[in-house]
Ligand binder design. Structure first.
Ligand SMILES: *[C@@H]1O[C@H](CO)[C@@H](O)[C@H](O)[C@H]1NC(C)=O
Ligand SMILES: *[C@@H]1O[C@H](CO)[C@@H](O)[C@H](O)[C@H]1NC(C)=O
Ligand SMILES: *[C@@H]1O[C@H](CO)[C@@H](O)[C@H](O)[C@H]1NC(C)=O
Ligand SMILES: *[C@@H]1O[C@H](CO)[C@@H](O)[C@H](O)[C@H]1NC(C)=O
Length: 361
């Protein structure tokens, strides 16, 4: 029974994916994607060590100190209650020795963290909710939006050299826990009772909500990669809206300048536009949490699963041959989900590229 229903799901998925192929991109777009993909393949080993170094550094800087709480693996593993050796570390590294030995737990080591090698490179649509100005330069983009704590650890490598890209501006924007974007709060009067498009390119989608609140900036922000090509953001897990799989948008600008008067930036060349996704298992868990359960479309249309994503975006984010993984690798920050998550991904971008905006509405 289980077996047949799995087959059915697989067949449906196949049907959805093959349908998705009926709408090819332009030859130029496919050619660009293939070149990127070919270049990114050579970077796989670099990406792997790059990610491993980030996880290790994270474990050392954050997880081994306050406010780390033991996860259930530690509490119930055989080694948990064994005594720690006396002060094995240099005192500078450990400011909170008491917390470190809280309940005589073994200090976290990166053995709990798995392989998160992951490359994103395909160029996909920026969608209708990008603001060409007014994204603040900041790492904590949450402002006062309620939701599940989500830390993002985003690495950027140049697919032409396989080297991390320092000082490129990573611009991100996303929906809040109930699926709204800052500045686009409510459907316009004529959209209130709109039904999603039943056919055509925009099947499953509503019309874009107009920007009506110009001063809102929550869940939007940009920050440059550090010398190791890494940028970290504090946010909340995004909520869903009609027709779209749960996602976070990104753009990468190798050339940019700060506008000090209002802490925003002036964008120069655009090297990448993409979207990040989450595993369905995690989406299912978050669906049941507050305030995600209050999503206004929960009982009407529900959340669009990754494989149902409109405009083929989830599908296209895997690249022309399906070899990319645009899905964050997610770990619990504490012992329970509600303490928050950290999500890793590495983007392979072409640092010398200069893309147009491909969104055509
Ligand atoms: C990490 O994942 C990559 C891609 O799936 C794989 O090729 C590699 O062998 C993995 N490395 C380890 C140490 O598991
Ligand atoms: C920030 O300042 C620049 C330069 O004065 C201006 O062009 C831009 O519109 C301002 N952006 C916002 C969001 O206020
Ligand atoms: C998301 O934003 C919309 C529009 O501003 C707002 O009405 C809604 O309450 C927000 N959701 C949450 C969970 O705060
Ligand atoms: C990167 O972009 C440059 C400039 O558009 C282009 O000449 C080059 O072929 C691209 N490289 C890859 C691997 O896509």
């Amino acid at each position: 029974m289980l077996f047949t229903s799995r087959l059915l799901v697989a067949a449906l998925l196949q049907a959805v994916l093959s349908q998705a192929h009926k709408e090819p991109k332009s030859d130029r777009e496919i050619e660009v994607q293939r070149a990127l993909q070919a270049a990114a393949y050579h970077c796989a080993p670099t990406v792997e060590s790059f990610t491993a170094a980030r996880k290790q550094s994270w474990a050392q800087r954050v997880l081994s100190g306050n406010p780390y709480l033991p996860g259930y693996q530690q509490l119930f593993s055989a080694e948990t209650y064994t005594d720690l050796p006396d002060k094995p570390h240099n005192a500078d590294e450990l400011t909170t020795d008491d917390d470190e030995t809280f309940m005589k737990c073994t200090p976290i080591s990166d053995t709990h963290i798995q392989n998160n090698t992951c490359v994103l490179a395909p160029e996909v649509t920026e969608g209708p909710y990008y603001h060409t100005e007014g994204h603040p330069i900041r790492q904590n983009i949450a402002e006062l939006q309620d939701g599940l704590l989500l830390l993002l650890d985003i690495g950027v490598i140049d697919v032409e050299t396989c080297q991390p890209l320092p000082n490129v501006l990573v611009d991100i924007w996303q929906a809040n826990a109930t699926g709204s974007y800052a500045g686009h709060p409510f459907p316009h009067a004529h959209l209130i009772n709109e039904e999603p498009a039943k056919e055509g390119r925009r099947r499953g989608l509503l019309s874009a909500y107009p920007r009506t609140v110009h001063e809102e900036t929550w869940l939007r922000g940009a920050w440059p990669t550090d010398k190791n090509g890494v940028v970290q953001f504090t946010s909340i897990y995004p909520g869903y809206y009609t027709g779209r799989a749960t996602h976070v948008h990104t753009k990468v600008f190798p050339e940019w300048s700060v506008i000090p008067e209002n802490n925003t930036f002036k964008a120069g060349r655009l090297a990448h536009t993409g979207q990040f996704f989450f595993d369905e298992d995690m989406n299912m868990i978050v669906d049941k949490m507050y305030p995600y359960v209050t999503n206004p479309i929960k009982d009407i249309r529900g959340r669009t699963r990754n494989w149902q994503d409109s405009l083929n975006i989830f599908h296209d984010s895997h690249g022309p041959e399906g070899k990319y993984n645009p899905v964050f690798k997610v770990h619990l920050l504490g012992g329970v989900v509600s303490q928050g998550l950290i999500a890793y991904i590495t983007m392979g971008v072409n640092a010398s590229a200069s893309y147009d905006n491909w969104w055509k509405g």
